[in-house]
Design a protein around this ligand. Sequence first.
Ligand SMILES: Nc1ncnc2c1ncn2[C@@H]1O[C@H](COP(=O)(O)OP(=O)(O)OP(=O)(O)O)[C@@H](O)[C@H]1O
Length: 262
Amino acid sequence: MLEAVDVSLRFGGVRALTDVSFAVRRGEVFSIIGPNGAGKTSMVNCISGRYRPTEGAIRYRGQDVTRLRPNRRAAIGIGRTFQNLALFGHMTVLDNIMVGRHHLMKRGFLPGMLYWFGGAQREEIEHRRAVEAIIDFLEIQQVRKTIAGTLPYGLRKRVELARAMALQPQLILLDEPMAGMNLEEKEDMARYILDLNEEWGMTVLMIEHDMGVVMDISHRVMVLDFGRKIAEGTPEAVLADPQVRRAYLGEADETIPEAVPA
Ligand SMILES: Nc1ncnc2c1ncn2[C@@H]1O[C@H](COP(=O)(O)OP(=O)(O)OP(=O)(O)O)[C@@H](O)[C@H]1O
């Protein structure tokens, strides 16, 4: 589904990523973990097109997308959420999610002209139906008309996920989907991620700091440290890796669970 080949990224003298290669298989939940500043968000930005790697390539379903703009990547099925919420705070939840559909909408003058003759109207009904299905799935019916900026944080994160899902991506990039959430909200979010993977058929690439959640729901995990890949494998294998455990020592705000036998 996705392949990063020897990706390096530099910001002036800062080496955010150095020769990182990995592949995400169709149908996987694949997580990137690592200490603060390890290069996780930089990697996701290279995949979504926000950053262009200084060296290396990104391939999506066999196509080299390294030079493709973010909106083109979205149009071919790469959706994403952001670490810091990027909702339109003054718009309703429903409208925020509809924005996620815009890559799928036929645009231009003619569809507008034809609106009242049926074609575009039918298209809009179709979009509404798809959005309502996502709203039902994420259980946000009760806030669909609420202004997004007034919602509590956990719900806003869920609306952001809804907007990313509205694009109907085949690959969804989730940048810290549980950041700032309480335990109950995290459990809900973990269930939604599993369901969108299993029931909606989306391949998931996730960055997440909560190690418990990562280990619970990921098929495979890649560990970055100082911009380099130091491990990749099943959660059990990664947890047992001495280099990974060393990388996490001294991380005051994080805990790494004990390695459990596979
Ligand atoms: N736009 C930028 N300009 C300059 N340096 C950057 C930029 N973005 C990231 N960096 C640097 O690249 C390195 C990797 O940062 P990145 O945000 O990718 O790490 P991260 O693993 O996502 O960290 P965190 O867990 O704190 O979000 C850091 O040294 C960071 O300061």
